[in-house]
Design a protein around this ligand. Structure first.
Ligand code: GCU
Length: 684
């Protein structure tokens, strides 16, 4: 009998343990801070948004017990847009949404143990938007965390389950908690079907779930929609019938979704249709849509990611295309520009369009999903990459014209500002595939709210909320410090083992996960191959974008253009982006280029090994489930970093004809086997 009793107790204990562990499956993201501490909250009447703010404060209150907190609408001129003011016993804002953001900020600071103080916080950008590259069949372009949370024709047609709705609410809450206020629900490579009645009905249902959290819904649209789902013969933006088609469609959308945000458009880019198919310009296309949206307050986010198969350096093309159009766009058009002039590489200089456009608002597009940075297999904290981009000086209006200042309205004195991040969200239990990929979603929201926040602060916030409880234990400080260290170094490590010193786009074709510096193919356009970008030969390596080469440097303002143009002043992190450099060239370290390249690859691999060691030491500091998941992913990352190093060094050695320095670890693979491995579709 006693034995049976004991067994029951053991079983119960195991069950509780299992439930506890399950609670840490990552689903709660950074919102684990429920509390039992009582608070009384009074608000300015009732509305869905105000009620939410009150409910959140009650759920997560970590301040003094039994306090009375006041939410009030205020016309304090220091508060802008959906900003807010926090005081010990009050949150004031101009808008109800401001109260909700204030509530989340207050809860965050309580959980983090920061002392309550009076301060005002205003958003850097008025539109802070996630772009989902979700296809209507439920697959996600460059998605690494399962299938779409919005679409999935094959699974369920257009039906909507209770589970779907709960998911959308949880999604909206997570976004609102970090200040995100817009979602583009479908892929930029857009199916025209999204604008058909049944899909718009589903968009309406999603919008209903997102609305209380202040999240506006936007759609990516296919430029040929009037032909593909309308009955028109062409989509020429100057054709009155086409213009009318868009006007009618927009009217239909707003009848369903009165707070609809607008359109995101990828036109004449990578095979997508656009105005140039009819001999028209990007202005003609964007303005046609803008005119349809304007009466309803909608906007057009027109993407500048365009390049054609031409002898011109690919990285110069967007600037050349859009600069002459500056000033010709309607007031509700904003140009959406990727952070770099190429395509979300581990490191790129900033896009010259940020400093180039003077009359057209420009919004940065960052990639949260790790297309070129290890999918959901690798731990790479992207906040430092975005911080680097935002802090770059364009010299547009002289010194201090950072990318942040060029886009957040501080230089142009506009409040039509926006920022977008390509989402890394899917239906995986933990939303993002890798626990640490959640940090990139979090960081995007925090930077979109405040583009001056430092990555190390964002990392510290995220770690505490994601892993630790509000009362600090001895082990917590150590865990927080160690993990912050890993996160802060992780992007530089990835640059080192993938593409140091300004190398770029030497990825395996298609999956963009592993290396293939050897990739060349006469049958496809040159700028889709690796050899186009590194240009390695017996003399040296790198793309000459100086005034003697493609002259991309002159798309930047002085004094930056001359600084980049000269081999001796070009920052070494961009060396091979702008210069074709001899193997024997001496770098600041005193090493020749070949030696330095080898040392950087080796340093990158060693860094990941040190992340593994650091992480393993943290066993017991957090739940087993997430500990083991990260441990296992770091093993994969370590193996794959080695593959990068071996592939690149063995391949480039064929040109440099120099020894790999004898005091670094030797390659452990051979080139031929790596060529086979990374070609395989499964290697990603
Ligand atoms: C990259 C990416 C594509 C994507 C494109 C874009 O090229 O590989 O999948 O469609 O960017 O941003 O439009």
């Amino acid at each position: 009998m006693a034995y049976i009793k004991r067994m029951i107790i053991v079983a119960l204990l195991m069950l509780t343990q299992a439930t506890l562990l399950k609670a840490e499956d990552g689903q709660a993201l950074w919102l684990r801070g429920n509390s039992n501490i009582k608070v009384t909250v009074s608000g300015p009447g009732h509305s869905p948004v105000v009620d939410l703010a009150i409910a959140e404060l009650k759920r997560g209150w970590h301040g003094k017990p039994d306090m009375v907190l006041n939410l009030r609408i205020s016309d304090n001129p220091a508060i802008k847009g959906d900003g807010f003011q926090l005081e010990e016993s009050a949150i004031s804002a101009r808008t109800e949404l401001g109260l909700l953001y204030g509530a989340y900020e207050l809860l965050r600071s309580q959980y983090l143990g920061s002392p309550a103080r009076r301060f005002v916080s205003n958003p850097s950008y008025s539109r802070r938007i996630l772009n989902h590259w979700d296809n209507l069949d439920g697959s996600i372009e460059r998605g690494y965390a399962g299938r779409s949370i919005f679409w999935g024709e094959k699974e369920n047609g257009l039906s909507i389950t209770e589970q779907d709705k709960e998911k959308w609410t949880a999604y909206a809450r997570a976004n609102a908690s970090i200040g995100i206020n817009g979602s583009v629900l479908n892929n930029v490579n857009a199916s025209a079907k999204i604008l058909s009645k049944p899909y718009l009905e589903k968009v309406r249902a999603i919008a209903e779930r997102l609305r209380p959290y202040g999240i506006k819904t936007y759609l990516s649209v296919n430029f040929s929609s009037p032909v593909l789902i309308g009955k028109l013969k062409k989509a020429d933006p100057l054709d009155p019938q086409v213009q009318q088609w868009w006007k009618d469609k927009v009217k239909e959308i707003y009848a369903l979704i009165p707070d609809f945000g607008g359109f995101l458009v990828k036109a004449n880019s990578e095979g997508q249709p656009g105005p140039q198919d009819y001999g028209r310009t990007h202005v003609d296309g964007a303005n046609m849509m803008a005119d349809a949206l304007e009466p309803f307050g909608g906007i057009v986010m027109w993407r500048a990611f365009v390049y054609n198969p031409s002898p011109e350096d690919r990285t110069k093309q967007a600037y050349k295309e859009f600069l002459p159009l500056d000033g010709a766009f309607r007031k509700n058009v904003i140009l959406q520009v990727k952070n770099g002039p190429l395509d979300f590489q581990p490191r790129e200089p900033f896009s010259p369009l940020f400093g180039g456009m003077t009359k057209t608002p420009v919004m940065p597009e960052f990639q949260i999903t790790q297309e070129y940075l290890g999918g959901s297999k690798q731990l790479v904290f992207l906040s430092t990459l975005w911080e680097e981009c935002l802090n770059n000086d364009t010299f547009k209006n002289g010194k201090g014209s950072t990318v942040a200042a060029c886009t957040d309205g501080s230089l142009s004195k506009t409040d039509f500002t926006a920022i977008a991040g390509v989402a890394n969200i899917g239906n995986d239990v933990n939303w993002t595939g890798h626990t640490f990929a959640q940090a990139n979603w979090y960081a995007f929201g925090r930077l979109a709210w405040n583009n001056k926040l430092e990555s190390k602060v964002i990392a510290a916030e995220w770690i505490k909320q994601t892993f630790l409880d509000s009362k600090e234990k001895k082990t917590d400080a150590k865990f927080a410090k160690t993990v912050q260290g890993i996160m802060m170094e992780s992007r530089e490590a990835a640059v080192d083992y993938m593409m140091p010193l300004g190398l770029h786009h030497i990825f395996a074709e298609g999956h963009h996960y592993g290396p293939a510096p050897w990739f060349s193919n006469d049958k496809i356009r040159a700028d889709w191959t690796s050899v186009y970008y590194h240009k390695a030969d017996e003399q040296g390596i790198g793309f000459d974008r100086t005034r003697n080469g493609s002259d991309a440097v002159d798309q930047y303002h002085e004094p930056l253009s001359s600084k980049l143009n000269s081999l001796s002043t070009c920052p070494e992190i961009y060396l091979l982006w702008f210069h074709h450099v001899p193997w024997s060239y001496r770098l600041k370290s005193g090493n020749d280029l070949w030696t330095e390249l080898c040392l950087r690859y080796d340093r990158g691999v060693n860094k990941v090994r040190s992340f593994q060691k650091d992480w393993d030491r943290m066993d017991g500091a957090i739940d087993k489930e997430r500990f083991q998941e990260v441990q296992s992913k770091l093993r994969t990352q370590s193996r794959d970093a080695q593959i990068w190093k071996d592939a690149c060094l063995l391949y480039f050695q064929q040109f440099s004809k120099r020894e790999i320095p004898f005091d670094i670890e030797r390659p452990v693979h051979d080139l031929q086997s790596l060529k086979e491995l990374t070609k395989s579709r499964d290697y990603n």
